[in-house]
Design a protein around this ligand. Structure first.
Ligand SMILES: Cc1cc2nc3c(=O)[nH]c(=O)nc-3n(C[C@H](O)[C@H](O)[C@H](O)COP(=O)(O)O)c2cc1C
Length: 355
């Protein structure tokens, strides 16, 4: 039985951040609670994202478990992977509260958190205890007050400390809630970033992904994707939350981001596919229709955050059973076989067997 709707009713009586912290604390203390949602690992759902094999194409997006306190719980729940962070070098308290808002009728959230987190040392300790079979990426960001040159030094420290304990690293230059962060989506700064990180990567080997904002013009996104491919990025994550000034400060996620997220991802994908750059989709995924649209445009793995808050763990079981049904109807042994097909071939299968 899916108990989440009842649980959500109670949690939604609380302010969003209180509900969030309470749930995460429970998940940290009682990872065995995940058993209620009956995850069973299905090898046919494994998929390759860069060098890492995810257990399924559905990852948990950054920001939900910033400090990696509930890795065991999210692993047991059956996420294909998880991105913790955003982590900064030192602990930060983030922006003043309230800084998380619900738009329940629109299945959306807005946040202006500003990277509250316990800092890289504590995150490193948590990552040391992670379940070995659970792929985990770490999302890293600059501190509230650092300038672009200091930020370079911070990203180097973060990569050096956290890359050895994770499967891949995501450089966050796209949150709307840290002053000056999105300015780092500039070619000159990115060049310096990769000059700093690539020598470290040659020693530590962990892939470097970059997370992009949806609030860039299409032409800028295409250019940025080309620049990042040339600089040696291993992959991209798109998109972060979107700024909607009429709603207030911060970034909006969930259904209100759905159309824009999909459109911007397609723009990035046009270039990323040509350059063989993996792109993790995120932003507004809430059901199998979104997944099929993503796959039809050439995408593969994706992450969720807001739809997980509204639908709970059942969203994982629903999407898994739809994918397994699709594979059976299309007579495909594994999801990876489907991902290896040419886009036109994929579209034909989706049209014939998607629903
Ligand atoms: C409350 C909240 C906090 C977030 N914190 C982070 C963060 O620290 N770092 C980051 O890269 N993205 C963060 N995100 C963005 C998500 O990872 C994701 O990109 C965005 O919410 C769009 O996905 P969704 O529509 O499935 O929620 C946050 C999102 C929310 C709602």
């Amino acid at each position: 039985m899916n108990t989440y709707p009842i649980l959500r009713k109670g949690l939604f009586l609380l302010p969003p951040e209180t509900a969030h912290n309470l749930t995460l604390e429970m998940a940290h203390l009682f990872p065995q609670l995940a058993a209620g949602w009956q995850f069973s690992d299905k090898k046919e759902l494994n998929c390759q994202v860069g060098k890492t094999e995810w257990r399924s194409p559905v990852g948990l997006a950054a920001g939900l478990d910033k400090n990696a306190v509930a890795l065991d719980f999210f692993s047991r729940l059956g996420f294909g992977s998880m991105e913790c962070g955003t982590i900064t070098v030192n602990p930060q308290i983030g922006n003043p509260k309230p800084r998380m808002f619900r738009y329940s009728e629109e299945f959306s959230l807005r946040n202006s958190m500003g990277f509250p987190n316990n800092g890289m040392k504590e995150c490193a300790e948590k990552l040391k205890t992670r379940p070995t079979s659970f792929p985990v990426g770490v999302n890293i960001g600059k501190s509230k007050n650092s300038n672009p040159d200091e930020a370079l030094e911070e990203y180097a420290q973060l990569y050096t400390t956290l890359a050895p304990l994770s499967d891949w690293v995501v450089v966050n230059i796209s949150s709307p809630n840290t002053a000056g962060l999105r300015d780092l989506q500039q070619e000159d700064w990115l060049k310096k970033l990769f000059e700093t990180l690539l020598p470290l990567k040659s020693k530590l080997g962990k892939e470097i992904f970059v997370k992009l904002a949806p609030d860039l013009e299409d032409e800028t996104l295409r250019h940025l994707t080309t620049v990042l491919a040339d600089l040696g990025a291993d992959g991209l994550v798109a998109t972060n939350t979107t700024h909607m000034p009429e709603r207030g400060v911060g970034g909006v996620s969930g259904r209100l981001l759905r159309v824009k997220g999909h459109q911007k991802r397609r723009v990035v994908l046009e270039v990323a596919r040509d350059r063989h750059l993996p792109l993790v989709g995120v932003g507004g995924f809430e059901d199998m229709n979104d997944v099929l649209a993503w796959w039809a445009s050439g995408g593969e793995a994706f992450q969720i955050y807001t739809s997980f808050i509204y639908q709970g763990p059942q969203i994982l079981r629903d999407i898994e059973s739809h994918i397994l049904g699709f594979l059976t109807r299309a007579k495909l042994q594994t999801l990876q076989t489907f991902f290896s097909l040419e886009p036109r071939e994929r579209q034909k299968l989706i049209a014939a067997f998607g629903r």
